[in-house]
Design a protein around this ligand. Sequence first.
Ligand SMILES: Nc1ncnc2c1ncn2[C@@H]1O[C@H](COP(=O)(O)OP(=O)(O)OP(=O)(O)O)[C@@H](O)[C@H]1O
Length: 597
Amino acid sequence: MLRRLSSSLHALRHQLHQGKLGTHIGLVKLSSCDRPNVFAETTFADFPLDERLRRGLEAALGKSYVTPVQHEVFSRHLTDKEQSARQADLLLQAPTGTGKTIAFLLPALQRLLLLEDARRAGKSVPEGVLTLVVAPTRELVLQSAKIASRLLQFSGGQVRSSFVAGSFSLEEDISRLREDMPQLLFATPWRLARHLQTTPHFVNALQSVDLLVLDEADRLLDPSFVYKVDYLIRCLPTPRPRMVLCSATFSEPLRKFAIRSLRANLEVIRLGSKEPSPGQANAEVAEVAAPVQQVLVRYKAEEFLTTLHATLEQEMGQEGQMRRVLVVFPTVRWLQFFYVLLKHRAHMSGLFALHRSLSDDRRRARALRFSRGAPASRGALFATDLASRGMDFDVHAVIQVGPPSDREQYVHRAGRTGRLASQGRSVLLLNPVELTVLKELGTFEEEQVQASASSHHALSSMHGWWEDASLSASGHLFFASAIAFYLNESQRLRARAVDVVQTVAALLQSTGLPQAMSSPKRDVDFLGRGRTYLGDAIREAKSRPELNGAMIPVSNQKHGGAQRQPDQHRRARLWSVAFHDGLPSQSLNCTCVVDLW
Ligand SMILES: Nc1ncnc2c1ncn2[C@@H]1O[C@H](COP(=O)(O)OP(=O)(O)OP(=O)(O)O)[C@@H](O)[C@H]1O
C-alpha cells in the first residue's frame, strides 16, 4: 500500500507552488486508512527505541502496533538510516485521531534523552529549552504536555517538560519554569509572545531551541495567528530551528507558509488525503477520518430546539448507556442560551459547557471529563470551536450546529469522534438558510430526527422562559450573536438580510417564544457594514431617532482600543441592525449593535 517517492527539492517546491503537494515527489502516501488498516504492521518494538521511552509507552498504551503515520515518521527519525532527514523540516499530515502527537513527540523525546545522556557523559550540550511545541489552545497544550509526561515517566527526571498557557498567571508560569527547568516546552503562541514581550530575559531561555513543532499548523498559520508565529520565529535563534508542521488538513495559508519559510530539503509525509482531480490544481481536499459516519439532518428553524433535543437523546442513548456526545455551536451566546434552556428548564442530565467565557478550572475539568481515559459517563459537552481541534475526546458522536466555516473546520470537528480504533458519528444539523454550504462539504447520509414525546415535553417545560430576567438577557444575546454569525456568512450562504433575521427569529420561536414577540413586524433596517469601530456604529444609530436609540452592544468590553492588536482592528466589523418593532423586550425593540469579528 505504501508508495514512497524519492525527494527532489526543485520538484517539491514546484509542487508546493502548484498546490499539488501530496501526490508527487518526496512524500509518503497511504491510499486508505480503513478500519482494518488502522495500525501498521510494525510494533513499537520494531524500532530502536530507548528503553525508558519504551516503558513509558507501554504504561500509556500497552503493547501496541504503531499507526501508519507513526511508522513513517519512526522509520526515518528513530533510525540512523536517513541522517539528513533529521535536519530537514517536516510537514506531517494524517487524518484526525491517527496518532500524530506520538509520531512527532517520540523522536523528539528520544533525542532529548540521548542529549542528556551525552551531557552526563561529560559532553558539551546546550542548556535551556531545546524543543518547543506550539499549539493553538491551552487545552491542547495541556493535553500534549500530559502525554509527554507519561512517556517520560521512566526517564528518571532526565528530560523535563513544562508548559506556558493562558490558564495560569504569568507569575505562575515563571515559577513553574524555574522549578521544571525544561528542555521541552509546550506553549500557546499568545502566552509565549506575552512572556517574550514582558518577562525579562525570557527570550534567553529559548536561545537553544533547535526544534520547533507547530501542532495544528494550519490553524496556527491562518491569518489570525500567523503574525504571532512569525514573531516567535524571529525570537528564536538564527539560523532558525528545524520545524515540524503537523495537521490533519492542509490549508492555503499553510501552503504559503511552507513556500516562504520552510527549508529547501523539506520532507513531507502525508497520509489519507484525497488527491486533487485533474483541473483542480489547488484543491487539497481534506478528508474526514474513515471511521466517522457522516450524517446530515435537515430541520426547520422553528423546530430547532426539539430537533436538537431529539438528536441529543438519540446520540446519548438510554439512561444506562455510557455514551458521550460533543455538540459544537457557532457562537458562545448561542451555546449558552440553549445550554441553560436544556439543562435548567428541560432538566436534561449530563450536560456541560466549554467555552472561553468560563473560568480556567472549569474549562480544564470539563475538557478532562470528555477526554480519553476519563471514567465512563453519559453526557454531552456543549462547546465552541475551542474544542474542535486536536482534543483527544472519547465521544460517540459529534453534533455540529450550523454551518462550519469551511471543509477544514468540518473535518476537525467531525474528527473529535471515530478516533483510531473507535467508530463515531458526525451529525450535521442544517436549516434551510444554511444548506448552500453542503456542496463544499461533500456527501452525507441523510437522516430524519423525529421529535419524541420527551422532546415535546422538554419544549413545554420551557414555556415562559422570557419572563426570567437572566434567560431573557441570554436570549437577547443569542439573538444578536446569531444575527452577527449569519450576516458574517451571508455571502457564502447567499442569504438576504431579511432571511437571516427571519431564521434567527424562528430559532427563537423554536423555544416556545410566541411569534408575536419574536418576529420583527416591520422592516429590518441595516445601518451598514464594514465599520471599524463600535463607536462609529453607535454614533450612527444615535443620529437616527426613528430607531429609538437603545442598543445591545455585544462583547462591549472587548472594544478597549488599547488592548487590541492592529490586525484585530482591521478585522473588526460592526453591523447595526435596527428593529422598529416586535422583539421580546424594550431593549430589543430597538437597535442592536453586534460585533462580527
Ligand atoms: N500506536 C498507538 N496505539 C494505541 N493508541 C494510540 C497509538 N498512537 C496513538 N494512540 C492513541 O490514539 C488517540 C489519537 O491520537 P492523537 O491525539 O495523537 O491523534 P491526532 O492524529 O493528533 O489527531 P488530531 O488530528 O485530531 O489532533 C490518542 O488517544 C492516542 O493515545
